[in-house]
Ligand binder design. Structure first.
Ligand code: NAD
Ligand code: ZN
Length: 365
């Protein structure tokens, strides 16, 4: 691979997303933005925490390639994925006269990639954008695949659009400033990708555990690339989630309930870790997974300081809350189950008593 060339490209009916993973990717953003054409205006959207850390580096990288570049910020946190912040952003895009061939750049975690993607999907009926993720959650998951959106009183991620970024550029050095808890939360999605698609990738997590815990840049670059390749291959097969893309929701049905019931005190990835343990137990009840595999899943999650039980939550409340999951089809919950480690199956053929006993497993009394 020539340096500063894409590691790979996601190609589907409506996407052609180049993926760059490099320890100094932020220094090459200007080059990548102007790869095919130079947008007349580039607006970088970030949160104030990330902008303080990396905003200047980003603007410097853009300066020589795209002289008309601006940085706008929102406060950090999921509350910024809101209609009122989006309204502010539209106002700023208007004042900056961002035209149809202008471009937005997301610099931040999943909140910023979701918000920027949705702003780009809707501004002037859709303009180009690219993602420069800075959290592990966004590096391995949120930055690729075209799902964009904001929250609404009716639910999290309730308003959104499919709109693919032109490129994703992951600067793995940014992970050095990310708190350990956010590294662990991102690792839950990485372990999810391994569990549904590649048993040898689970081995890899165990073999490289100490380098991962130390956030060593080379190993993190390898981890991110492996994850984005897995995600790309799923999205290429089922862009709009009419079928197998749902496998990416492994652990999320119960995970979302646990996340909500914790009043979002748990990170998304932490709740997904708990949800994956419950989904693994459900898989065992369907005869698809053995107890040794479950013990291994728990031990890998725990080795990265991820929770495997839902502390202080009642099983009945978790089950009740999963009914509100927006992936419920015609009143039936779709369950992503493991078919051994490294393979999955999607089914609605799961009885209430199986769900109850799987949820009991994550709610010890
Ligand atoms: N679209 C998708 O496919 C998809 C997939 C997964 C998650 N998501 C969304 O992603 C969001 C969660 O993403 P997240 O966990 O990245 O949250 P986030 O964007 O809120 O980032 C977490 C915190 O880390 C800070 N931060 C970011 N990068 C940093 C860095 N390098 N150093 C220090 N601090 C840094 C941020 O300021 C923020 O406070 C949710 O809204 C979720 O719905 C979307
Ligand atoms: Zn997730």
């Amino acid at each position: 691979m020539t340096r500063h060339e894409p590691n790979f490209t996601l190609r589907s009916d409506s996407a052609k997303t180049h993926v760059f993973v490099e320890p100094d990717a932020l220094d090459y953003i200007g080059k990548w933005v102007s790869r095919d054409r130079t947008p007349p205006v580039v607006v970088v959207l970030s949160d104030t925490t990330v902008a303080d850390l990396y905003g200047e580096q980003m603007l410097k990288s853009l300066a020589s390639h795209c002289p008309n570049s601006e940085l706008i910020t929102v406060p950090p946190g999921d509350q910024s994925k809101s209609l009122s912040h989006l309204d502010d952003i539209y106002g700023k895009l208007g004042r900056l006269r961002v035209p149809r061939d202008g471009m937005l750049l997301a610099l931040g975690g999943g909140v910023i990639t979701d918000l920027t993607g949705f702003a780009a999907a809707t501004w002037m009926r859709g303009i180009d954008y690219a993602n420069c993720p800075t959290t592990l959650e966004a590096d391995v998951d949120a930055s690729l695949g075209g799902k964009t959106g904001i929250n609404h009183a009716s639910g999290k991620n309730m308003v959104g659009a499919f709109h693919h970024p032109r490129f994703v550029a992951v600067d793995t050095t940014c992970l050095k400033t990310l708190p350990a808890r956010d590294i662990a939360a991102g690792l839950a999605e990485s372990i999810k990708h391994a569990l549904i698609s590649d048993a040898s990738f689970l081995d890899w997590h165990q073999q490289n555990a100490s380098a991962i815990r130390a956030v060593e840049t080379d190993v993190m670059s390898e981890l991110v690339t492996k994850n984005l390749r897995i995600k790309a291959s799923v999205v290429e097969q089922d862009e709009k989630e009419s079928g197998i893309r749902a496998c990416l929701n492994f652990g999320h049905t119960i995970g979302h309930a646990v996340e909500k019931l914790s009043n979002y005190a748990l990170r998304h990835g932490e709740a997904v870790a708990v949800g994956m343990v419950a989904a693994a137990h459900l898989s065992m009840q369907k005869g698809l997974l053995d107890s040794k595999a479950i013990a291994r899943i728990r031990s890998v999650l725990e080795s990265f300081d991820l929770p495997t039980i839902a502390e202080n939550l009642k099983p009945a409340a978790i089950i009740e809350t999963t009914l509100g999951d927006k992936k419920v089809k015609a009143g039936k919950r779709q369950w992503v189950l493991l078919n051994g480690i490294g393979a999955f199956t999607i089914t609605d053929d799961v009885s209430d008593s199986m769900i109850e006993s799987a949820v009991q497993e994550i709610c010890p009394t």
